[in-house]
Design a protein. Structure first.
Length: 468
């Protein structure tokens, strides 16, 4: 009997395996066909295979651009400013946004003052607001099952240090700014992964507790009170890691040489943000545009839950062809305006030289195949997306007014790339640039009318915005 059972089990396994092969599994003939490659034993192929196995791929795939100098002439360039370093954190969105605000201040100020804003100050409130967004989202969806896609979103993305320019706008308007010297960076602010994971774990624990309170029929006031108590713990964790945000401080402005300008004054974060012009800059308004060839152009889109505060602004953008995005960028740069922008920065980047070019690496020749997806296909398949924010600061135009190269201020330190900047060829820019934020004064009335239309709502798991 035992032998018969074993034989039956073997027969069943064979039948199941045959069914799986018929449904798409690899059978012996396919495996033989795949693994038998003509030319695999040729001397050239052997040498290439050995080289790939024993060397960094990018070193072997170096392309034509590696033989040329990085473009250094820019016919349109904004005023240089200091380069910061986000280090091991995902706060590029804040660094880029602050670059724009301090540049606007420098352009408008007649006293020669230079200002540096504290990332650590606003980051505490960013994380607190994101924690509240998660917990309130859990409360709002508490009657849905844990397997619901929206519920799963909150528990799988409880908090992060990433963000967008919308976060800069909402947070600065609500909490203001403080100088960097008033609240300098801490180790944890420059290396956020551990505290991020701890706060995320706590939020998931709290989320389950809030769901149970709703399921048990607790009154909304009781649930809200419990959420507030939970956020007290989160705030304590954040301030232990990043510092306690000041509510008032004394500060004296300085010039680029460090000399005092004017008298020391007492500020609140909001009064300081007002004095340096940040509130006016943000209140004047921005047009947020993107190039996403998957969707119709001249249509407005909004990303659900792509915001920093529960009652804040989702990322909302006007989708435009690259030629129109470029025209907006050139017009603003010619006006001396630096701009928040974002890219898929890891593609074809020579990090050592700070140079992005499609000809930096020839992977196709190295592996004897092509990589032929277009921009829309790369986005749709999660092969490319908006991963890093930088500050657009310069462009070089040819005799016909067409861009040949672009330059951005990065947040990887002044010793990285081109003295802290990255240079991009025009063709790379078209393929891997995604977001641009332009003051409304540089946008036409027609574009602003389009931007005012009711947006098409995209889900939070859209391929362009999901984690890369």
């Amino acid at each position: 009997m035992k032998t018969r059972m074993i034989l039956c089990a073997m027969a069943l396994t064979t039948v199941m395996a045959s069914a799986q092969t018929a449904n798409g599994g690899l059978d012996a003939a396919q495996i033989k066909d795949i693994t038998t490659r003509s030319g695999v034993d040729s001397p050239a192929q052997k040498a290439l295979t050995t080289a790939i196995r024993m060397n960094p791929i990018d070193q072997l795939a170096k392309g034509e651009a590696q033989l040329r100098a990085v473009p250094s002439r820019f016919s349109v360039e904004t005023a240089k400013q200091s380069i910061h370093n986000q280090k091991s954190s995902g706060r590029c969105w804040m660094f880029s946004g602050f670059n724009v605000l301090r540049s606007d201040f420098a352009v408008a100020d007649t006293l020669g003052r230079v200002v540096e804003f504290s990332q650590g100050y606003l980051f505490v409130y960013d994380q607190l607001e994101k924690a509240n967004l998660m917990l309130q989202g859990v409360i709002d969806t508490a009657k849905k099952p844990m397997t619901d896609q929206e519920v799963d979103f909150f528990f799988s993305h409880p908090i992060s240090d990433g963000g967008t320019f919308c976060g800069v706008v909402d947070l600065v308007k609500k909490y203001g700014l403080v100088p960097m010297e008033v609240m300098p960076e801490t180790y944890s602010a420059e290396s956020t992964s551990r505290i991020d994971r701890l706060v995320a774990s706590k939020l998931r624990e709290y989320g389950l507790k809030l769901r149970k309170m709703v399921a048990d029929g607790k009154k909304p006031a009781a649930v809200k009170k419990e959420k507030t108590e939970m956020l007290k713990t989160v705030y304590r964790m954040l301030t232990m890691a990043y510092g306690v945000p000041p509510t008032e401080f004394a500060y004296c402005h300085h010039d680029k040489d460090g000399k005092p300008v004017g008298e020391e004054k007492t500020y609140t974060p909001l009064s300081f943000a007002e004095e340096v012009g940040a509130l006016k800059t943000l209140n004047d308004g921005y047009l947020m545009v993107m190039n996403d060839p998957r969707h119709p152009y001249h249509q407005v889109y909004e990303i659900e839950y792509d915001r920093h505060t529960y009652d804040g602004t989702n990322w909302r953008y006007l989708n435009l062809p690259m030629e129109e995005v470029e025209a907006l960028a050139i017009k603003a740069l010619q006006g001396g305006q630096k701009m928040y922008s974002s890219y898929d920065v890891g593609k074809f980047l020579d990090s050592k030289r700070g140079f992005a070019s499609l000809e930096n690496f020839d992977y196709a020749s190295l592996f004897q195949t092509d990589f032929s997806m277009n921009k829309a296909e790369r986005i749709s398949t999660h092969d490319s997306g908006s991963t890093h924010a930088m500050t657009l600061s310069a462009v070089n135009l040819d005799a016909k007014g067409q861009p040949t190269a672009w330059k951005v201020e990065n947040s990887w330190g002044s010793d990285h790339g081109q003295k802290g900047c990255l240079v991009m060829t025009a063709d790379w820019f078209k393929e891997y640039m995604f977001r641009l934020v332009v003051p409304v004064k540089y946008a036409s009335k027609e574009l602003m009318k389009e931007y005012a239309r009711k947006p098409v709502m995209l889900k939070y798991d859209d391929a362009l915005f999901s984690d890369k």
